[in-house]
Design a protein around this ligand. Structure first.
Ligand code: 13P
Ligand code: SF4
Length: 300
């Protein structure tokens, strides 16, 4: 059986669409109907004209798609596709912070689960976090769960950012160190460094460009050689888009296990058996939707 042909046949038969994040395996990037960063994917799902959305990404992304499309079937191809950072933030962390800073809005990274998004005043992605916090009237903001993105936002906006939970991080981006920066500069002296804001502050300080994965796609045209400080598969995406330029992974071990757990076979089985369907309880979805829609409105 040719898996790609079967996927294409089932997609047509069931009026389905495959959305994929930039960290997906190359063979999945190659068959996706739409490929993007968290913000681009959230924007895309608002206008999807399909009965079934197969989400080749991690759990919080599929949940976001379901919240924005309650009447569509949203499928996550394997239950193992989870974002470790999204699960670090609990409702209790938000309530504790609210008690200490009752006037501070709660700004949550889209990398959170729906039950916590329901407590957010607005969500953000790495692509719009600084812009949205800047626009908020408040000078003190509760922000979770990525402490490194919180650092970036504080630096960009000059506002007081209260990070929750303590030590919230992405294990993939934590892997990048100053040693990777030194090696990059030595091995590729003409290259510039593009760095995701989930990386540690001392690594961010060395960047020529700090952007979301979508920002990497848009800005790569500015230079011919780049060292890429984010999940390894981003290099495949960039190299395919810009075959005349050179992209090097800063650290080959920067792999997101959740993203990498999805295979072509999972996508085929997801379409065939219509699994695993994402459900979000209505009372949570209604509140979370407000926070996501506010983000989409504020980042227009
Ligand atoms: P982007 O929105 O930049 O694609 O980031 C998503 C993510 O999970 C980064 O680890
Ligand atoms: Fe989550 Fe990190 Fe994987 Fe992104 S790379 S999905 S933040 S675990």
């Amino acid at each position: 059986m040719n898996l790609v042909e079967e996927i294409m046949r089932l997609k047509e038969e069931k009026n389905a669409i495959i959305l994929a994040h930039n960290y997906q395996l190359p063979e999945i990037q190659d068959i996706a109907d739409f490929l993007g960063d968290s913000l681009e994917l959230a924007r895309k799902v608002v206008n999807v004209d399909a009965d079934i959305i197969v989400f080749a990404g991690v759990d919080f992304m599929a949940e976001t798609a379901k919240i924005l499309n309650p009447n569509k079937k949203v499928l996550l191809p394997t239950r193992r596709a989870t974002c470790a950072m999204a699960h670090m933030l609990k409702v209790e962390h938000i309530l504790e912070a609210k008690e200490k800073y009752p006037d501070a809005p709660v700004v949550l990274y889209i990398n959170t689960m729906a039950e916590t998004k329901a407590y957010a005043d607005v969500t953000v992605t790495s692509g719009n976090a600084a812009r949205i916090v800047e626009k908020l009237e408040a000078d003190t903001v509760i922000f979770g769960p990525d402490n490194n993105l919180a650092y970036y936002v504080a630096k960009k906006t000059g506002k007081r950012i209260i990070p929750i939970p303590e030590g919230g991080h992405c294990y993939v981006h934590k892997k990048f160190t100053l040693e990777d920066v030194r090696r990059a500069r030595k091995e590729y002296p003409n290259a510039k460094l593009m760095i995701h804001p989930e990386c540690n502050p001392e690594v961010q300080e060395q960047a020529d460009l700090i952007v979301s994965t979508g920002g990497m796609v848009r800005n790569a045209c500015q230079h011919d050689e780049w060292v890429v400080f984010t999940e390894k598969e981003m290099v495949y995406r960039l190299q395919k888009l810009y075959p005349d330029k050179n992209f090097y992974p800063a650290n080959e071990d920067a792999l997101c296990i959740g993203m990498k757990s999805i295979t072509l076979k999972h996508i085929y089985e997801a379409l065939r058996d219509e699994k695993y369907e994402i459900e979000v309880p209505e009372e949570i979805a209604i509140k979370a939707k407000k926070a996501i829609e506010r983000m989409l409105e504020m980042s227009k």
